[in-house]
Design a binder for this molecule. Structure first.
Ligand code: TYM
Length: 336
C-alpha cells in the first residue's frame, strides 16, 4: 500500500524561517516521491494566539504560497487550509474525550507558552492544541509525519491516542503514525543564540533567517552569526554550537557531508565559511522567494489550488470521521 504522509504549519508569520524550511518543508517535498502526501496550513491552530484577522488571512495565503514555491506539487499532493475541512474540529472534540487532563498538561510547549502568558492570558485552545494536531494526523490515516524535533512530544501524543482508539474501538480504527524527523536538520539553531532553536518567536530577529528576507539581509545575519573564540572550523555541537549550526545549514543546502565541508575549510577563517555560506543560502532561496511572490500575486489561482485540496481532503476526512463515530455509537444520519 502507498504510504500516506501528512504534515502542517501554522500561518503565524509572513515568512517561514530557515528551521521550518530545512527541518520540515524540504522533507515534505522529498517525501512526495512514491507516497501520497497531504499538507495543510493550520489556521485553526494559529487562532490560539489571537491574530489580527487581516494578518491571519494574509499569512494563510503566504504560507501556502511558500509551500508551493518550495516544491509542494499540487498535481501530486493535496494542499489545503485546515478550516476548510471542518472534520478537523469535529474529530478534535471526539479525541478530547480520550485525552487525560494530566496527559495534555504535560506537553512542554503548553507549559512553556502558558507560563509565559500567565493564567489570564492562557486560553483553553492552547491546552487542547495537541489534540487538534492529533486530529489533523489521524483523520488521514497517516503513516508518516515529517516534522522538526520540537514536535516529537506532540507526535507521541498522537500515537498514544491512535493506540487508545484502536484498543477501545477495535483494531484498524485509525492508523498509528510514525514521526519522520531527520536528525541532521531536526533542530536548526538561532544564529545569535546557537543553543536555542531558531523560532518565529525568538527574542531577537537577528538570529533568525526568514526565507523571504532580502538577500543582503540574509547575508548580513549569517556574517554576524555568533561563533566562538577559537579559529578552527570543526563540528562539535557541545563546545562549538555556532560553527556547528553553520556547518549543518551548509550541508543541508549543498547536500554535501559535514566532514567534506570541514576538510575544505582547513586552515581557513570563520569569515570564509560565513561568506561562502551566505552565497549558498541566498542562491538557494532566491528562486523560492521569486516563486512565492508569483503565487501571492495570483490569489485567485492560489485559492483555487486550496479549494481543490480541501475537496480532496474532505472526502478522506469524512470517511474517517464516520468510521470512528460509528464505532463509538454515534447514530449515523439516515439517507433520505
Ligand atoms: P510550526 O508551524 O511551529 O513549525 C512548522 C514545522 O517547522 C519545524 N521547525 C523546525 N525544524 C527544525 N529546526 C527549527 N528551528 C524548527 N522550527 C520549526 C517544526 O518542527 C514543524 O515541523 N504544531 C505544529 C503544526 C501542526 C502539525 C500538525 C505538524 C499542526 N498540526 C500535524 C504536523 C502534523 C507547529 O506548530 O509547527
Amino acid at each position: 500500500m502507498t504510504q500516506r504522509v501528512f504534515s502542517a504549519m501554522q500561518p503565524t508569520s509572513d515568512s517561514l524561517q530557515l528551521g521550518n524550511y530545512l527541518g520540515a518543508l524540504v522533507q515534505w517535498v522529498a517525501l512526495q516521491d512514491g507516497r501520497e502526501a497531504i499538507y495543510s496550513v493550520v489556521d485553526l491552530h494559529a487562532l490560539t494566539v489571537a491574530p489580527d484577522p487581516a494578518t491571519l488571512t494574509r499569512r494563510t495565503r503566504a504560507t501556502a504560497a511558500q509551500f508551493l514555491a518550495a516544491g509542494v506539487d499540487p498535481q501530486r499532493s493535496t494542499l489545503f487550509v485546515q478550516s476548510h475541512v471542518p472534520q478537523h474540529a469535529e474529530l478534535t472534540w471526539i479525541l478530547s474525550t480520550f485525552t487525560g487532563m494530566g496527559e495534555a498538561g504535560r506537553m512542554t510547549q503548553f507549559k512553556d507558552k502558558s507560563a509565559k502568558a500567565g493564567q489570564s492570558g492562557t486560553n483553553v485552545g492552547l491546552f487542547t492544541y495537541p489534540v487538534l494536531m492529533a486530529a489533523d494526523i489521524l483523520l488521514y490515516d497517516t503513516d508518516v509525519v515529517p516534522v522538526g524535533e520540537d514536535q516529537r512530544q506532540h507526535l507521541e501524543l498522537s500515537r498514544d491516542l491512535a493506540q487508545r482508539l484502536n484498543s477501545r474501538l477495535g483494531e484498524g480504527t485509525v492508523t498509528v503514525p510514525e514521526p519522520h524527523i531527520v536528525k541532521e536538520v531536526a533542530k536548526i539553531y538561532d544564529l545569535q543564540d546557537p543553543t536555542a532553536k531558531m523560532s518565529k518567536s525568538s527574542s531577537s530577529p537577528h538570529g533568525v533567517i526568514d526565507i523571504l528576507d532580502e538577500p543582503q539581509e540574509i547575508a548580513k545575519r549569517i556574517r554576524s552569526a555568533v561563533t566562538d573564540t577559537e579559529t578552527v572550523i570543526r563540528f562539535d555541537r557541545g563546545s562549538k554550537p555556532g560553527v556547528s549550526n553553520l556547518l549543518t545549514i551548509y550541508s543541508a543546502f549543498t547536500g554535501r557531508p559535514v566532514d567534506d565541508i570541514v576538510a575544505d575549510y582547513e586552515g581557513k577563517m570563520y569569515g570564509h565559511l560565513k561568506g561562502d555560506l551566505a552565497d549558498v543560502v541566498v542562491g538557494a532561496l532566491a528562486p523560492v522567494r521569486e516563486a512565492t511572490m508569483e503565487w501571492i500575486e495570483s490569489p485567485e489561482k492560489l485559492d483555487s489550488v486550496l479549494a481543490q485540496g480541501a475537496a480532496k481532503a474532505s472526502v478522506i476526512a469524512q470517511a474517517t470521521l464516520e468510521r470512528i463515530g460509528g464505532r463509538m455509537g454515534l447514530l449515523p444520519l439516515a439517507h433520505r
